[in-house]
Design a protein around this ligand. Sequence first.
Ligand code: SAM
Length: 285
Amino acid sequence: MLCLMQTISNIRKLLDERGLRPKHRLGQNFLHDQNQIRILVDAAGIVHGELVLEIGPGTGTLTEALLEAGAEVIASEIDHNLADLLADLLGDRITLLRGDCLDRGRTLNPAIIDHLGDRSFKLVANLPYNVASPLMAAMLIDHPNCTGQFVTIQKEVADRLLAKPGGKDYGPLGIIIQALAEVRRIGTVPPSCFWPQPKVTSAMVSLLPSPPGRGAGGEGEPTIISRDDARSFAQFVTNLFSKRRKQLGTIFGRDRTWPAGVAAEMRPGRLSIEQLIELWCSDPE
Ligand code: SAM
């Protein structure tokens, strides 16, 4: 059976028929606003036959729109009841993988990697809040075949991804992601677009991987880091921001040469990504 354009009452009915209720711990807030779904699918710019990985298809609202756009969908769902429901609705049109999309909370589940093979793909998803950050980072670091991510996440996380130096949201997550990708806000999604309504506002963002390279943004140099260096840079930034209230001179010692525009009295949260990369490149540790 194909159930196009799921409304709140369709979604409730689909769950009621199976005696199911949305599970808060799995971030089950179903996106029923068709305009928002359309905006996300349009932003992904899917061409016919393109491979799309969807994490957490739930009752399949977004999945249906992806299929309509001509995508070949691999979907990963942790909730076996929802996976059964989706198998009945769309099972013959998608590759449905059951289980946690993450392995040990950090890397993509090997079963998903096997199914993706070496093909290029996009990630398009209304992400469960508990996997969003590690998943987006793992995609950029470990999966060069992922040509773009188009996701709905909590607005607070989107603000951190887009944060600039000196702001309250600027920290390791945004720095690491911005060092690897161009991040754009597609739009804001109010709680009323979901059922049940979450307590917080959501946002749609796109992450387009930057071309590989390593450097400090000097003339002719990229401002980004390579995937090979990403975990080491991430560790450096995380350690540094655990001392974010301290001055750089206290952290690194005052007897050293600083990158251009950096001084011993500055605190980590004032440094641009380029300056952080330069500091990391020159860090003896
Ligand atoms: N795509 C649907 C939509 O837009 O209405 C549902 C999105 S809902 C925010 C998140 C979905 O992710 C739920 O179906 C939930 O069961 C699933 N999920 C939660 N944690 C997961 C995990 N670790 N791996 C795979 N799916 C997960």
